[in-house]
Design a binder for this molecule. Structure first.
Ligand code: DGL
Length: 254
């Protein structure tokens, strides 16, 4: 029987590690379970019904493992499944990442903006509502089909080739880049190499602060040892190593 109650966090792979990294800055003493669903990666081009099924299965695992809150560290899963999950599991708080397009509105709304996200996120009703609410009329929505997949694979040459082929046309013309997929902060430098000097917008730091507030308000903060249990749905050792590299912390694996 597990004793400490944990923060569950999941993504279609190691992209959500960029979210966990921000969470660890504000909640270093909580215990975590990170679920990397690399067997189902990528989520970006899947049917909605398939994403709902996948997410529900992960949520069941995290609930069984004594999680007190679940962070959806995947923009695609958040856009498609968070409402369904909140309805189905009303006692479980879900904290869901979304592309930081409101931040552009708040801090740099006059400047040309590129929103990079999966096709699933960009076409989702949830993102479309956000976009139309804060549209600065200088925004390009770019579905980056296949990009999360090659970041997951980790081949730098492929990543650079993809970014050159897909971003070259915007070089020097863009000031703001919304990193609307949790895998993309992993290739920020490579994006900048093609686009030139840009300002990045990432929803993870705000999500981390919001998570802390939710735990505080509900009296759910704990002082544990800051353990991170890593589970990969393919049991991939390579994924574990790359995850640890992003987190820069030793972890427990099961
Ligand atoms: N990390 C993801 C996101 O934020 C998932 C990408 C994918 O699996 O296609 O959207």
């Amino acid at each position: 029987m597990e004793t400490s109650r944990k923060i569950g966090i999941f993504d279609s792979g190691i992209g959500g590690a960029t979210v966990l990294k921000e969470i660890l800055k504000v909640l270093p003493e909580e215990d975590y379970i990170y679920y990397s669903d690399s067997i189902n990666n990528p989520y970006g081009d899947k049917e909605d019904s398939e994403i709902l099924n996948i997410c529900e299965n992960i949520v069941k695992i995290l609930i069984d493992k004594n999680c007190k809150v679940i962070v959806i560290a995947c923009n695609t899963a958040s856009a498609k499944a968070v409402e369904f999950l909140r309805e189905k599991y009303p006692n479980m708080p879900f904290i869901a990442i979304e592309p930081a397009y409101k931040m552009v509105h708040d801090f740099a709304s006059e400047e040309p903006t590129l929103v990079m996200a999966t096709r699933g996120t960009i076409e989702s009703e949830k993102f479309q509502l956000l976009y139309h609410k804060y549209n600065n009329n200088k925004t390009i929505l770019l579905p980056c089909i296949g990009l999360a997949d090659i970041i997951e694979e980790g081949n730098k040459d492929k990543i650079k080739k993809y970014l050159h082929e897909n971003l070259n046309q915007y070089s020097g013309k863009i000031k703001n880049v919304v990193l609307g997929c949790t895998h993309y902060p992993l290739v920020k430098d490579e994006i900048e190499e093609v686009l030139g000097d840009v300002k990045f917008f990432n929803g993870a730091p705000n999500l981390a602060r919001h998570l802390k507030e939710v735990l505080q308000t509900n009296n759910m903060l704990e002082k544990n040892s800051g353990n991170i249990e890593f589970i990969d749905s393919q049991n991939s050792e390579i994924k574990k190593e790359r995850f640890m590299h992003v987190i820069e912390k030793n972890i427990i694996t099961k």
